[in-house]
Design a protein around this ligand. Structure first.
Ligand SMILES: [Zn+2]
Length: 382
């Protein structure tokens, strides 16, 4: 399975300067090769192969006035010369027009990055002679370069406004499934959602403006229950106009709170979907178990976890993203994501997961990674 992934880069100014230099040298070497071929053809009626061209270029580069060609990675001109040869071959095979010189005015320009010197982590890529450059989107490029997954034809493109990196990916079907960008989500009370791609969505009920409204609601409820008590007559009570007024305000506050929570869930489920993962894995909620704890049950109700799953489900199906749900008995929190050991004595209060293998990670983040990689699941949406 082959795929090309393109992500916008966010280079700093020093990196931009180096990247522009790289573009210039790539263009120069390409044009140099075209020119050389044309001259040689005029003189000898023959085209030079890539090997001879590169030898010529090395001699050319070693001249003192051409020292500036050493300022960027030597792979860049090397590949540009190869590209020029390819352009001639395509022309001879009648696959394309006669090769044209590249101009600075071309709308799309690019230079090459050697695959073996290329490195990637979740938010940055390493480019030769340029260093670690920030990516505009996290986790878009799979990190598992190796036996099952190979990068090829890595190019940095510039459209005169933005910089992009395009990476060809070659891998076995099964491996691709494993390496493409999926998101595991650990749902909880402390934070609403911890995603395996590094995003954390806080519990909105802990924010001051929501707390304030909750306080107001609580006060209103207290006043109201006192009024009920005062107006009690036997089994029934008289509803004074004041009580009716208070009931109305309480209804309004509840409505307001519900909207705030729903909007928040709407916002973050959209955000997750917009990162276009190939799948999303969540856990089956053990609500009845959690609801036994009275204090916890109120927090869970306010967290609207069911609403979260509901929204994620229909948005995932809109965008053709697989939504997976892992059985509630899967010990996502207790498994070491590094070595797979299950820590049976992990307590609810242990916020940091520490394993004997040396792995230390935030408990919920570790759980989200395990969910992402869990291979037994029910598909909720496709
Ligand atoms: Zn471990």
């Amino acid at each position: 399975m082959n795929k090309t992934i393109k992500v916008r880069l966010e280079p700093n100014n020093i990196q931009k300067t180096m990247m522009k230099k790289s573009l210039g040298i790539s263009r120069f070497a390409y044009n140099w090769a075209l020119n050389k071929q044309q001259e040689n053809y005029k003189e000898n009626g023959k085209f030079l192969n890539n090997y001879d061209m590169r030898k010529e270029f090395t001699i050319f580069k070693s001249l003192e006035e051409n020292n500036w060609l050493y300022e960027v990675s030597c792979d860049i001109p090397k590949q540009a010369i190869k590209d020029a040869e390819r352009a001639f071959i395509n022309f001879f095979k009648k696959k394309s027009f006669y090769p044209k010189f590249k101009s600075k005015k071309n709308n799309m320009q690019s230079f090459f990055q050697d695959t073996f010197k290329f490195k990637v982590n979740e938010s940055k890529v390493y480019l030769s002679n340029i260093g670690w450059v920030k990516l505009s989107e996290k986790n878009k490029i799979p990190i598992g370069h190796g036996k099952d997954l190979r990068f090829k034809n890595i190019r940095i493109n510039y459209d005169k406004e933005n910089w992009y990196i395009s990476v060809g990916i070659e891998c076995e079907n099964q491996a691709f499934k494993k390496f493409t960008y999926g998101i595991g989500i650990d749902l909880g009370i402390k934070d609403l959602a911890i995603c395996s791609d590094g995003y954390v969505y806080k519990n909105i009920n802990k924010q001051s403006h929501v707390k304030k409204i909750e306080k107001k609601k609580h006060r209103l409820q207290r006043i109201l229950s006192r009024k009920y008590e005062m107006n009690k007559k036997g089994d029934s009570y008289c509803k004074t106009s004041n009580i009716i007024k208070l009931e109305k305000s309480l209804l309004k506050i509840n409505h307001h709170l519900r909207n705030i929570r729903k909007d928040y869930i709407n916002k973050i489920t959209t955000e997750i979907i917009k990162r276009k993962p190939s799948f999303i894995t969540i856990e089956e909620l053990n609500i009845s178990g959690m609801m036994k704890n009275k204090h916890l049950s109120k927090q869970i109700a306010n967290q609207c976890l069911y609403e979260f799953i509901k929204q994620l489900k229909y948005k995932a199906s809109w965008y053709g993203i697989e939504l997976r749900q892992v059985d509630r008995f899967y010990p996502s929190s207790k498994i070491c994501h590094n070595c797979g050991t299950i820590k049976h004595d992990l307590k609810l209060k242990d916020r940091i997961y520490k394993c004997d293998c040396g792995y230390i990670e935030d408990r919920d983040y570790n759980a989200s990674l395990n969910l992402k990689d869990c291979e037994t699941y029910k598909v909720l949406a496709l």
